[in-house]
Design a protein around this ligand. Structure first.
Ligand code: 5GP
Length: 191
């Protein structure tokens, strides 16, 4: 199971999709969220979009492995989805540091935790602006969360700088292949 976290705008979603395209065994964990869909997002593919009341009901029923409130909306990983996917596939999680902390508590999960950043804050701002999918208020919020997000670097196994998409993809690929071979060769050491 691979966790990819990053401040918004670093390219995580693109990289996640690239991994899935190349490695059919990897499925992207589709999170539940109360955030409204962006124009290019499809319900059930990018996220499962639900109302706040529905999300809070699922919290009450203890249906999430992890969830967090980010930019005033809930985001969470449903236990049922992960358990079903894991029967046959590897999983990539596109979640934040709060979710990573919660998933790390499940010691039986074989997690590779990767944190992605841009080379500097200016580059991040540029990418957020060219993405053009957020209002200026949302953009500001996402940009300002950078300083908060990077405080949690220590919770990750690897930190990668996404300066060039292809290079970064190759680095992620190598990490996955390296960790997979460890699990295959030394099953008794897999936690
Ligand atoms: P966005 O609104 O830009 O799609 O996502 C905002 C943030 O929410 C991103 O950092 C993304 O990784 C995080 N996120 C998406 N799904 C989940 C989830 O299920 N759990 C947690 N903890 N974070 C999530």
């Amino acid at each position: 199971m691979v966790i990819l976290s990053s401040p918004s705008g670093v390219g995580k979603t693109t990289l996640t999709k690239k991994i899935q395209q190349k490695y059919q065994s990897f499925k992207i964990s589709v999170s539940y969220t109360t955030r409204p869909p962006r124009s290019n997002e499809v319900d059930g593919v990018d996220y499962k979009f639900v109302k706040k009341e529905q999300f809070e009901q699922l919290i009450k029923e203890n249906q999430f492995y992890e969830y967090a409130k980010i930019f005033e909306n809930y985001y969470g990983t449903l236990k049922k989805n992960v358990d079903e996917t894991l029967q046959k596939n590897d999983i990539i999680f596109d979640i934040d540091w709060q979710g990573t902390k919660q998933l790390s508590k499940f010691k039986n999960l074989n997690l590779i935790k990767i944190f992605l950043i841009t080379e500097n804050k200016e580059e991040l701002k540029k990418r957020l602006m060219t993405r053009g999918q957020n209002t200026s208020e949302e953009l500001e919020k996402r940009f300002n969360s950078f300083d908060e997000d990077i405080k949690y670097w220590n919770d990750y196994d690897y930190i990668l700088i996404n300066k060039n998409l292809d290079v970064c993809f190759k680095q992620i690929e190598n990490l996955i292949l390296m960790n997979k071979s460890k699990v295959v060769n030394f099953p008794h050491k897999a936690e």
